[in-house]
Design a protein around this ligand. Sequence first.
Ligand SMILES: [Zn+2]
Length: 272
Amino acid sequence: MKVYISADIEGVAGVVSPQQCTPGNAEYERARRLMTEEVNAAISGAFAGGATEVLVNDAHGPMTNILPELLDARADLILGKPKPFNMLAGLERDFEALFLVGHHAAASGFGVLAHTTNSFAFREVRLAGRALGEPGIYGAFAGQLGVPVALVTGDDRLVAEASELFPSAETVCVKTALGHRAARQISLDKARAAIAAAATRAVRDRRALVPFVLEGPFVAEFVMNAPALADQGAVLPPARRLDATTLAFACADAAEAVGWMTALSAMSAVLR
Ligand SMILES: [Zn+2]
């Protein structure tokens, strides 16, 4: 029974600032440790619930945040980027549960460090007319493979977003957002214990999980943060320019939407 963990850092207990999410300083070195320990809680909970294989994908920024020397030795780990399907690289149809650990709410909403994929590039991402954050977009990609979202952990705003999209999934709220860079935390011990317990329940009761399916074909719309970013993305032949900042792409399915989003995100780097 295979479990896949997509690990982000913004939704980890103890993390509230951009500095903690960016390599090159002492605060980041502490935050990546907190991230690794929360992932360990999810791994141990998954095995306790009946998992026989756990694959962890480091899904934040440079994607080399998790400390392999501290990670539960029973799990395999994907590090680095670029990689196909990004936050869900390596996910296949034979996984029975997807965990989103340390994730965050969508751009243009409230939530600690809320953004969608790239805070510099995107103001909003809509699939089939529906504004979605990373959980919804990647949840739809997993759903296309028949893999249900089983566990989501992060702040209260993320939990609200995930509960609506994935009503059968377990959720763990490790902090309450007081703003984009402030939150009331529960203790690290409580957060990790809650994540482990929810992971166990999610795996044990996996037969009740329902994949999140977004029927294709549909249009993916990317509202960029500035006209120059849309100018840049508009060079892609399939892009349609809807207005100064919005690009639209016809997509057969969520996998194609993830592909365009990843490409636009990477291309935005030249304008930073
Ligand atoms: Zn992140």
